[in-house]
Design a binder for this molecule. Structure first.
Ligand code: ADP
Ligand code: MG
Length: 425
């Protein structure tokens, strides 16, 4: 249960001021146990934007996330409203009834401090780290497929009267700074010589110049940028990559929805799918003499397939069971002879989500190699030649997805193509 929003004057928290703040929250205090002086407080944020603290007491622990008034990765010279914390909280509240334990429990939101006190996930680690380490998570792909199906279906026009979605749109329409970041950093900067970009140089210089001169590629990316802004299908997480998922072998949690807004469902699908592909291409960089990672790459592709198939199956099942919204009104398809038409319309819609997943996924792959924010999957590869080979494979795949979508009719077509695009190091 989320407690009612509290409000304190804004100040940037540190370990000591946080201790004082928590000491005044009875419920959280009880959860931690002991006296405030006994609590261990440390800042663990590894993200691009915010402060994240872990507070441990003798009985339990909590996680506290505070939005800064600037982009952490860039510093105070890149200001950004801390309002995103409000929207992160609003997103969790909106999807909580549908996604159950796939998100952390929220204990407290302080509207003035832009600060959320939530369940500390432990011994969970960030999925991206697990993928780099070559670990397998048996439930992951199914859990995230189910998550996206439920979160997106139940915030779409398929589930509820449109008035409900429009209320949500009105609220999330104010979460503009993250949308600005996405528009600039994903759909624009990577495709021209923006000063915020970087890439593995000089190894990729030629390829990067070629991509930036590829008109059809830029037109495809721009078309997905337009879709991002104009296809208001559901409340989306907005940043659902492998750094926004925490895992144990048995448990999966989605975190960090501060980029939430009403947009295309394929944007969340593509974030997860595209980052699985990035992980696949990065694996040669993490191979050891005892483990060439080939079996692990096969596992990753299998997860990409399970993710999509779970999403597709669950989304269609939810539509059959709970399709009470204003889109595809039940009254139009009440007769038995209407079933076939409805069935094929539903299939066509999920097919369009597959195409969107691939396009958005490809844009997300490209931005992580040519743009501002890279991924540790590649950055951790010290040998720059090897890193560049891995990145070149991912770029080739993403480019084909964007410029030759007609080659990909099923997720199987994509997974067959992935190994063909790899450069042999
Ligand atoms: P940012 O928006 O700045 O990227 P995140 O929400 O991704 O912040 O959190 C940054 C890091 O803090 C995560 O990568 C993870 O290591 C840690 N973290 C975040 N939320 C939790 C949590 N509920 N429990 C434990 N660790 C967490
Ligand atoms: Mg974030």
């Amino acid at each position: 249960m989320t407690a009612p929003a509290e409000s304190s004057p804004y100040r940037i928290l540190d370990c000591e001021s946080l201790r004082g703040l928590i000491a005044e929250l009875e419920e959280v205090r009880a959860r931690l146990g002991g006296r405030p002086e006994e609590w261990q407080v440390r800042e663990v944020g590894d993200g691009n934007l915010n402060l994240v603290f872990i507070v441990e007491g003798p009985r339990g622990s909590v996680c506290v996330k505070q939005a800064l008034p600037y982009l952490r990765a860039a510093g105070p010279s890149w200001p950004m409203s801390p309002e995103r914390a409000f929207f992160e909280h609003a997103y969790y509240a909106a999807v909580a009834p549908y996604v159950g334990a796939l998100i952390p429990r929220i204990y407290r939101y302080d509207a003035g401090l832009y600060c959320t006190v939530m369940e500390r996930l432990s011994p969970h680690i960030i999925l991206r780290q697990g993928l780099i380490a070559g670990r397998r998570y048996p439930n992951l792909a199914r859990d995230i497929g189910e998550y996206v199906a439920r979160a997106s279906f139940f915030t779409s026009d398929l589930a509820w009267p449109f008035e409900r979605k429009m209320e949500g749109m009105a609220l999330f329409a104010r979460n503009q700074p993250p949308v600005r970041i996405t528009v600039d950093l994903i759909f624009a900067d990577p495709y021209f010589a923006s000063p915020r970009n970087r890439h593995t140089s000089p190894q990729l210089d030629g390829l990067v110049a070629e991509l930036r001169g590829d008109g059809p590629l830029k037109a495809a990316a721009a078309r997905f940028g337009q879709k991002f802004l104009s296809e208001v299908q559901a409340l989306v997480h907005g940043d659902l990559h492998s750094g926004s998922v925490m895992v144990t072998e048995a448990d999966t949690r989605v975190i960090d929805p501060e980029f939430a807004f009403y947009g295309p469902i394929g944007f969340d699908l593509g974030a997860f799918f595209g980052n699985l592909l990035l992980s696949w291409y990065s694996q040669p960089g993490h191979a050891t003499p005892g483990d060439d990672r080939h079996a692990y790459q096969a596992w990753i592709l299998e997860q990409a397939r399970i993710f999509w198939e779970t999403f597709r199956g669950r989304f269609l099942a939810l539509w059959s069971e709970h399709g009470q919204g204003d889109a595809f009104p039940a009254a139009l398809f009440a007769e038995p002879q209407d079933a076939a038409a409805l069935q094929s319309a539903r299939s066509a819609f999920v097919d369009s989500l597959l195409a969107d997943m691939l396009g958005f996924g490809a844009c997300k792959m490209i931005r992580r190699i040519l743009g501002f924010a890279h991924v540790i999957d590649f950055d951790a590869i010290r040998d720059a030649d090897l890193r560049a080979d891995c990145e070149a494979g991912a770029l080739a795949m993403a480019r084909t997805l964007l410029t030759h979508p007609e080659q990909f009719h099923s997720v199987g077509d994509v997974l067959d193509a992935v190994p063909r695009m790899a450069r042999r190091a």
